[in-house]
Design a protein around this ligand. Structure first.
Ligand SMILES: Nc1nc2c(ncn2[C@@H]2O[C@H](COP(=O)(O)OP(=O)(O)OP(=O)(O)O)[C@@H](O)[C@H]2O)c(=O)[nH]1
Ligand SMILES: [Mg+2]
Ligand SMILES: [Zn+2]
Length: 183
């Protein structure tokens, strides 16, 4: 069950990466039923669907997976997270998957939100690789493991000060790096 209570189903499907759609078809071939929960989905629909089977809620951080489970299972104490003030996205409140039992039958797994760009497995070096002009300049930093923060002999900081690289690109790089270390 894909949970995204922010948009209609067609829009959610259209927003998905091709690889995600491919994986969904693969899962369906193996007998997994994939459904999308949207603002139109009623609690009654949901209860009927979840009854007598093992389900897992997946969806971006902050779409309300844990909130839905808290509504379905009022006795359970789930962590619900506020959205980030800046991005209006979730802050990866649920960090591990957990299975809940319905008294009337059926199990439901709450899972940590998937990261929007699927970058969580990347190292800082791999992120830097995507920023060609930064990558070339970083090769000239004095220290090989330079974090380009305030190290002496940092070629990136020098290039920023000279205007050789744009602040925008550098901050974009920094922002992606910070999402990798959120957890
Ligand atoms: N307005 C509104 N806010 C909601 C709804 N569902 C959840 N929220 C809010 O959205 C925020 C995130 O909810 P969570 O349930 O923690 O989201 P999640 O999908 O479990 O997020 P992760 O655990 O980070 O993957 C909280 O501030 C909730 O109060 C909803 O239907 N409407
Ligand atoms: Mg959660
Ligand atoms: Zn540097």
């Amino acid at each position: 069950m894909i949970v995204d209570l922010t948009a209609p189903e067609e829009e959610i499907m259209a927003r998905m990466k091709q690889k995600t759609r491919y994986n969904i078809r693969l899962a369906e071939k193996k007998g997994v039923t994939v459904r999308v929960a949207t603002p139109e989905t009623t609690l009654a629909d949901l209860k009927t669907f979840l009854n007598d089977r093992v389900s897992v809620f997946v969806g971006q951080s902050g779409v309300g997976k844990s909130s839905l489970i808290a509504t379905l299972l009022p006795g359970e104490d789930l962590r619900i997270g506020a959205l980030s003030e800046n991005t209006r996205k979730g802050k990866h409140t649920t960090t591990t998957a957990r299975l809940y039992h319905f008294p009337a039958g059926g199990d439901l797994i709450d899972s940590p939100g998937i990261r929007e760009f699927g970058l969580w497995h990347m190292s800082p070096e791999e992120v830097m690789y995507g920023f060609r002009e930064l990558r070339d300049i970083a090769g000239h930093c004095r220290f090989r493991d330079c974090a380009h923060e305030s190290e002496p002999g940092c070629a990136i900081i020098e290039a920023l000060e000279n205007g050789e690289i744009s602040d925008e690109r550098f901050f974009s790089y920094k922002r992606i790096l910070s999402t990798l270390t959120e957890l």
